[in-house]
Design a protein around this ligand. Structure first.
Ligand code: DSN
Length: 418
């Protein structure tokens, strides 16, 4: 795209965009929740579908002129259902957090109990952290890992808490947990206490779509939420997948319950994303994401670093930087920013430090895998990170590594930029 009109109309926004494009091309993106979309997704996202109001659902709208919006929303729904073996898909959620809120409001009454994973053990803010508004509406109780060095979830504790607290909903899913989940165990406990099952697969949607990780619907889960912009490699947005029985409640909770007009340009881009993810090449991509993450883990362990859960089964790694380098996550994040490697500081399990100054970092491989990096490239990535970890304030070193990273990244095209 040339952005000629943008350049003429608003040079300030144009210049910022040019800067961001350069940053994305020259730098190495290791934020576990980010990715690079295809040019086709960007075209759909930037299309005239943004002009349209479409409250309602295909065939049942409140405004006229829906012959083409109905086509794209129906396409997105059918493709999402096929991709994730779901009875029903609602593709209107604006992102992952509103999707989760919609599920709670669809299936629960205020004051009901939800059992979800502790934030510092990998859960997500929207799974009931006290700072969220939802924590004032529902009663959240938590489970944790039994063994932080293996990632094993404490299903005995989970069962005991479930028997005692009688949750209406048992929530699996995470934003900072590097292992796959035992959905059958979640489901068995939920059945025992009469709870519904929900999986927030935002981080691993692409790995499930690419048939590399287990699909919660194959274990009888009731509802699955996701973002579309992480490993699934689509536009920023959300979706809810559910059983036929829950369809009326979920659809009503999104519209008119919580949202107004769906963002149809976004839904067009979601449809394109799902088409891309149904192609056989996407399975190859998803497999490579995991191979790259495992290789990075091996390299870090060889260098004596401490990884939470001892490694990874998915796309992400959690490193305890205090134990690995005697440095906080913030120091490492800042130093890596200086050499063009982007990731985020992160709390580790039972972290004694604070969220703005935690003991670790989180990183992942979806974005660099999209650019075509393979296992041999992970050796260099890990080496740069370990060099920085050992000497994060050495400006001469950081300057030298920045040049190396920039030169290295120039060999791997960004899909929409070349
Ligand atoms: N911010 C997302 C992530 O990075 O995991 C989750 O909301």
């Amino acid at each position: 795209m040339t952005y000629e009109h943008l350049k003429q109309t608003d040079p300030d926004v144009y210049l910022a965009l040019m800067g961001e494009q350069k940053r994305q091309k020259e730098g190495m993106e290791l934020i576990a929740s980010e990715n690079y979309v295809s040019a086709a997704v960007i075209e759909a996202l930037g299309s005239e579908f943004t002009n349209k109001y479409s409250e309602g659902y295909p065939g049942k709208r409140y405004y006229g002129g829906q012959e083409y919006t109905d086509i794209i929303e129906s396409l997105a729904i059918e493709r999402a259902k096929k991709l994730f073996h779901a009875d029903h898909a609602n593709v209107q959620p604006l992102s992952g957090a509103p999707a989760n809120v919609a599920v709670y409001s669809a299936l629960l009454e205020p004051g009901d109990t939800i059992l979800g994973m502790d934030l510092s053990h990998g859960g997500h803010l929207t799974h009931g952290h006290p700072v969220t508004y939802m924590a004032h509406i529902y009663r959240f109780v938590r489970y944790k890992m039994k063994n932080v060095d293996t990632g094993e979830i404490d299903f005995d504790e989970l069962r005991q808490v479930a028997l005692k607290e009688k949750p209406k909903l048992i929530l699996a899913g995470f934003s900072a947990y590097p292992r796959d989940l035992d959905y059958a165990k979640f489901k068995a406990i939920a059945d025992e206490v009469g709870a519904l099952t929900m999986m927030d697969m935002a981080h691993i949607a692409g790995l499930i779509a690419g048939k590399q990780l287990k699909n919660p619907f194959d274990f009888g889960f009731d509802v699955v939420t996701s973002t579309t912009h992480k490993s699934l490699r689509g536009p920023r947005g959300g979706m809810i997948l559910c059983t036929e029985a829950l369809k009326p409640k979920i659809d009503k909770a999104i519209f008119p319950g919580l949202q107004g007009g769906p963002h149809m340009n976004n839904i067009a881009a979601k449809a394109v994303t799902f088409k891309e993810a149904l192609e056989p090449e996407f399975e190859v991509y998803a497999a490579q994401v995991i191979k790259n993450a495992k290789k990075l883990a091996d390299e870090f362990l060889k260098a004596g670093c401490r990884l939470i859960t001892g490694g990874t089964d998915n796309h992400l790694l959690m490193m305890d930087t205090m134990t690995s380098f005697n440095q906080t996550g913030q120091v490492i994040e800042t130093a890596l920013d200086h050499i063009g490697i982007t990731l985020n500081k992160n709390m580790i399990a039972d972290d004694p430090r604070s969220p703005m100054d935690p003991s670790g970092i989180r990183l992942g491989t979806p974005a660099i895998t999209t650019r075509g990096m393979k296992e041999e490239d992970m050796v260099r990535v890990a080496d740069w990170m370990v060099q920085v970890g050992k000497d994060p304030l050495n400006e001469t070193l950081l300057k030298k590594l920045k040049e190396e990273v920039t030169q290295f990244c120039s060999q791997f095209p960004v899909p929409s930029l070349g």
